[in-house]
Design a protein around this ligand. Sequence first.
Ligand SMILES: N=C(N)NCCCC(=O)O
Ligand SMILES: [Zn+2]
Ligand SMILES: [Zn+2]
Length: 327
Amino acid sequence: MSTQPIGPIDSSKTPRYAGPASFARLPRLDQVPRADIVVAGVPFDTGVSYRPGARFGPTHIREGSRLLRPYHPALDVSPFEIAQVADAGDIAVNPFDIHEAIDTIQAAALELTAGGARLVTLGGDHTIALPLLRAAAERHGPVALLHFDAHLDTWDTYFGAEYTHGTPFRRAVEEGILDTEALSHVGTRGPLYGKRDLADDRRFGFGIVTSTDVYRQGVDDVVAKLRDRIGTRPLYISIDIDVLDPAHAPGTGTPEAGGITSRELLEILRGFDGLNLVGADVVEVAPAYDHADLTGIAASHVTYDLVTLLATRHAQSENSTRHRSRH
Ligand SMILES: N=C(N)NCCCC(=O)O
Ligand SMILES: [Zn+2]
Ligand SMILES: [Zn+2]
């Protein structure tokens, strides 16, 4: 591929607050010949157990992304120059039928990745991680999972319902779509229903880096430990924005005190440069509870870092393919 990627709208020519918001002012998927990385929204919150509103998350994250700039100094890369990144808009899912919604999301994720593109999804509540993981496993086999969240989301049922935002990772383990040698929760905290929650979670294969561990051990140690566990496995990263302290991300449905900071989250993500990331999501942004767009801005920066990790990875594999074909 020798043609230059089409980048974001030039904010020195068109003010960043003008016009409709695509993620980071990137082109829409229908405006590019092909894409390496696709950002898509899933406006869906039928799976929530407490405050609703994450169906408005994708729009809010896109609005919060208008100020993002094209060069990432911490990773020393211009992600939109080394990969074609595009916004596929929102996946239209049925808010009244969770089973149909899950199927629709899975099918859309498969369609968006059919040409080899990697997908970053903007939620939506955490239910959507299940169909996204199914699609990722269909493409790559069982995936390693890094799950950033205040919550375990490995509970069994709510009111008898199996498909909710508190249960996606238990279903995923049961379905065999996760690589159980490399599953980690990061940022976990807050009261549980009982000790058994932790025993179940451990039995499924999860390791836990609590929010307090991040504070006591520091970002570098946490990154080293997680990288070690993941190795070269295909990796999916799921980020529930409630992993951040409510001071950093009040706009979410099930907030818990004592969370990590947005600086810690971004620094941990940057530590995963070079890993075999195959897909990611940022979920549980509920703008009705946000203040001064704090949560939308945090989520947009987190998404930018995920896109950057995928872009770097894309460029590395392009280089090695070109290198191989020369021999
Ligand atoms: N925010 C997510 N994904 N899960 C929260 C479930 C918490 C509960 O109702 O017990
Ligand atoms: Zn959560
Ligand atoms: Zn969650």
